[in-house]
Design a protein around this ligand. Structure first.
Ligand SMILES: Nc1ncnc2c1ncn2[C@@H]1O[C@H](COP(=O)(O)OS(=O)(=O)O)[C@@H](OP(=O)(O)O)[C@H]1O
Length: 388
């Protein structure tokens, strides 16, 4: 398959070869060796999986059966906080995670090769011992939605029949900008993040100008099979790793580590991300909520996770609704070095192009999914806010 690059040919990098990548990536973007470790999914149907998760014995550690899979920057920390602090829902959080001292929200078992390799017993040990059949625990790792291999690994490990999956989506432009900000505030000290951002003079608007074309070239290759788009084009896919960089005219630098900047936009392709998840996990086990609605009308939007809680005999109480959505994880970056602060109108202008060039196609897929599987129409018309 030929990779087309419409950029200044002289400055265009050759495709990254595996040795070069090896040198760039002594470890994964997020700090583990995920991208290069071929974790072979077992391919076993869940009926055949026999492990601590499927056995569910009283007296054993309890694997999660409720998952908050994403999307990253979709308000997941607030939703998690709401769920695990409810006195009525009785949802258990992990005792600890693999990362010492981390908030007990994100276990990162399925997206980190080293953790997955430790096996289900190790996963379960992060949760309390079960002393009642009705207990349920939650793994809220929004990064799971970013890694194409995760759902197949889940199917090979968890009790799929009993499990339920929550996903919070958000205006893709705002989600992308929020993740750009997150990287700039929390991860930019890492050499690869800094190098990839530097090419764009650290500017979101420049990333938004160049990345849609690169991502679209990949999406176009798979568009006849929309359920394969995410696996084909997610930020660490072979296609994306091999793709040639482009020259950024404004800085005169060619892209480097494109997957870091890719992910800012590729992780907002919710339609394709959901179709990928549905290849492994049945839509009727999902509850999808829309961040903007959750913020604007908490009680109403919360009802859309009710079916997933009901599966465990849990009901959202009036006093839960009254508690409202806590505010968590708002990253203020005003004083971050090199931060491109985009005021509302400026972000709108950037977002308009992003929608036209990249997001609308995936949003259409997402809206079809909402109509078909969740009987919700007229939701998530994010682009309307950007209309000229
Ligand atoms: N109550 C409430 N109202 C409005 N917005 C809220 C609320 N709680 C969290 N947030 C916003 O959610 C963003 C963080 O999302 P996540 O917690 O999913 O991020 S992470 O993926 O876990 O890092 C982050 O968005 P940005 O501020 O745009 O970065 C938070 O501000």
């Amino acid at each position: 398959r030929k990779v087309r690059v419409q950029a200044h040919e002289a400055a265009v990098r050759e495709p990254y070869d595996p040795d070069e990548l090896e040198a760039y990536f002594p470890e994964d973007v997020e700090g583990q060796g995920v991208w290069k470790s071929e974790v072979a999914p077992s391919g076993e149907s869940t009926a055949k999986v026999d492990n601590i998760c499927t056995r569910r014995r009283i007296g054993d550690h309890m694997c999660p059966e409720l998952f908050l899979l994403g999307m990253q920057k979709g308000g997941t920390t607030s939703l998690w906080m709401f769920l695990v602090t409810s006195q009525d829902l009785e949802i258990q959080r992990p005792l600890n995670t693999y990362k010492q001292g981390a908030m007990p929200k994100e276990v990162h078992f399925f997206d980190k090769q080293d953790h997955y390799a430790e096996g289900p017993e190790s996963y379960a040990e992060h949760f309390a011992v079960r002393d009642l059949e009705s207990q349920v625990s939650l793994d809220a790792t929004p990064g799971y939605s970013r890694y194409a291999r995760v759902p197949s690994l889940m199917v090979a490990t968890i009790n799929v029949e009993r499990s339920r999956f929550l996903v919070a989506v958000r205006d893709p432009v705002h989600r992308s900008y929020s993740w750009y900000t997150h990287i700039l505030q929390r991860l930019i000290a890492r050499e690869r993040f800094n190098a990839s951002y530097q090419v764009f003079d650290y500017k979101f608007s420049l990333m938004a100008k160049y990345l849609p074309r690169l991502i679209n070239e990949c999406v176009d290759e798979f568009v006849q099979r929309p359920e394969l788009v995410f696996e084909g084009c997610w930020h660490l896919s072979p296609y994306m790793r091999k793709t040639k960089g482009v020259l950024i005219n404004e800085t005169g630098l060619p892209t480097i580590y494109p997957f870091i900047v890719n992910s800012i936009f590729a992780d907002s392709l919710y339609g394709y991300m959901m179709l990928h998840l549905f290849r492994y996990l049945s839509p009727d086990k999902f509850c999808i909520i829309i961040y903007e609605n959750l913020v604007a009308s908490f009680a109403d939007e919360l009802q859309h996770i009710a079916p997933c809680l009901k599966a465990f005999g849990r009901e959202i109480s009036e006093r839960d609704v009254a508690r409202g959505l806590p505010m968590q994880n708002h990253i203020k970056c005003a004083t971050c070095r090199n931060f491109e602060l985009l005021e509302e109108e400026e972000l709108k202008a950037v977002g308009r192009d992003l929608n036209e060039d990249l997001f609308t196609r995936s949003n259409d897929v997402f809206r079809d999914i909402m109509r078909e599987h969740f009987n919700r129409t007229g939701v998530a018309n994010w682009e309307e806010a950007y209309n000229r």
